[in-house]
Design a protein. Structure first.
Length: 451
């Protein structure tokens, strides 16, 4: 095939792991997270014009979320994902073809399934790496390739998604509905100037001083009321149990009381919630009962619920009875853990899901495809993170800032692992110093991924 001068090939790729301790435990989906590892990847590329540049990618390993298992321990899953990440990076050693960043990632990803089986067999695990764990472990390489592509061609990577740069239209990667269309149709040429920040209210997080058992004393807010007052927050993501209706309803109402009190004192009369059951609901009836009870008790709290994250099991094919049609009539219901590729998005639509949660941790390439499909099908869109600190948060935010229809950006690294933000806070203060509940994504307009 003919090559564009902007096409690249990978000439070197390096990976390292960085311990990331948590300031405070995070509980979700019945599991508690107190530390993680960052996967950091650096990729050097050459374009067809003979120029060289280096890009980077970073992502928390996220094994607790990406690979919950009854037969593989969290430590085993973490080790396997690290091994997989190393093997994926080494796949680029034998791939010398030139292409757009999308093409290179698309070709390399064809080997993920096989590598997942190999890693599992060599470590003697009871199951292969699930697809979501593969995507998370490979996502730093994906990001680094896109970043390097933009840097070697002296352009923002989001502005290199048109027919002038890409070698194939979206039909090559998705289906014929996208014939003649390129990703520039579904992305913005300039980042949104500011986006509201979604603050996480974990199941263990204290709401008021009365809930604090052990003070951290590091000068940062320690309760929800403190966070709202200090940062002017208007968007709260509430982690729920999914198997204890009384607790879930009471948790939302408790959060609403705290938010109402603090917001009244500061003169704010408009704020929002998202609710996340982390797949723990047995069926859609649980969701309907939850919404009905919240609405009956506190109509304003119900009205503030902006969307619902995936309530039931991530294996949609194995649970065809878990449809969301009735719940989606009341609130947008977004697919999250199940969303691993375009086919999964189509299946989610059949199951009644009306929204899509984009996550940079599933791979930059896959996120762009999902963003295009969600817009094509007129679905609700949001961007969430994986408790992403530093570089990974900026990457996630750059994605949110470039996709039309994204209303807010989730970012809870500053809550749970702020130490990993230090190197980036000085460079991008608008992204880490929060005072009006928003982040200044307009600063993410440089070459590569924008920062």
């Amino acid at each position: 095939m003919s090559h564009k001068p902007t096409d690249i090939r990978v000439v070197d790729a390096q990976i390292e792991f960085e311990p990331c301790p948590f300031r405070t435990p995070l509980k979700f989906g019945g599991r508690v997270l107190e530390h993680t590892q960052l996967i950091n990847v650096q990729v050097t590329v050459e374009n067809y014009a003979g120029q060289h540049a280096t890009g980077i990618g970073s992502m928390p390993i996220g094994n607790i979320w990406a690979w919950p298992s009854q037969s593989v321990t969290p430590d085993q899953a973490e080790k396997a994902m690290m091994n997989f990440a190393e093997r994926v990076v080494r796949l680029t050693d034998g791939f010398d073809e030139f292409g757009h960043a999308i093409d290179i990632v698309y070709h390399v990803s064809a080997e993920y399934f096989h590598q997942g089986k190999v890693v599992s067999e060599r470590l003697g695990l009871a199951e292969p790496l699930p697809e979501l764990a593969q995507l998370v472990a490979a996502s730093p390489l994906d990001a680094a390739i896109h970043d390097a592509y933009g840097r070697v061609n002296d352009i923002n990577s989001y502005n290199a998604l048109s027919a002038d740069f890409m070698n194939h239209d979206l039909a090559e990667y998705l289906d014929e509905q996208f014939e003649g269309e390129y990703l520039d149709k579904y992305t913005l040429r300039e980042p949104k100037e500011r986006l509201p920040l979604y603050h996480l209210v974990g199941a263990l997080d204290p709401l008021t001083d009365a809930d604090v058992t052990n003070r951290i004393g590091d000068g940062r807010p320690e309760t929800l009321s403190d966070w709202i007052a200090a940062e002017g927050l208007t968007h709260l993501k509430i982690k729920l149990a999914g198997d204890d209706l009384d607790w879930d309803v009471n948790r939302v109402l408790s959060v609403d009381r705290v938010a109402a009190e603090v917001n009244s004192a500061r003169g704010c009369d408009r704020w929002f919630y998202s609710v996340d059951f982390n797949e723990k609901c047995e069926n859609v009836q649980y969701v309907l009962d939850f919404l009905a009870r919240v609405k009956e008790s506190t109509p304003n709290a119900y009205d503030r619920i902006q969307y619902i994250e995936q309530p039931t099991h991530r294996d949609l094919a194995a649970h065809p009875e878990n449809t969301m049609h009735e719940a989606a009539k009341l609130k947008p219901v977004v697919i999250d853990e199940s969303l691993v590729d375009y086919d999964a998005l189509l299946l989610a639509r059949e199951h009644g899901y009306s929204g899509v949660a984009l996550k940079a941790c599933k791979g930059h390439t896959e996120a762009l495809f999902a963003a295009a499909a969600a817009q094509k099908f007129d679905m609700f869109l949001c961007v969430q993170d994986l408790t992403c600190p530093g570089y990974s948060f900026l990457h996630s935010a750059s994605l949110a800032a470039r996709v039309p229809g994204i209303a807010a950006i989730e970012g809870n690294g500053r809550q749970y692992c702020p130490g990993a933000n230090k190197d980036w806070e000085r460079q991008f203060p608008s992204m880490f110093e929060i005072s009006d509940g928003t982040v200044g994504t307009g600063a993410l307009n440089g070459i590569g991924l924008g920062f």
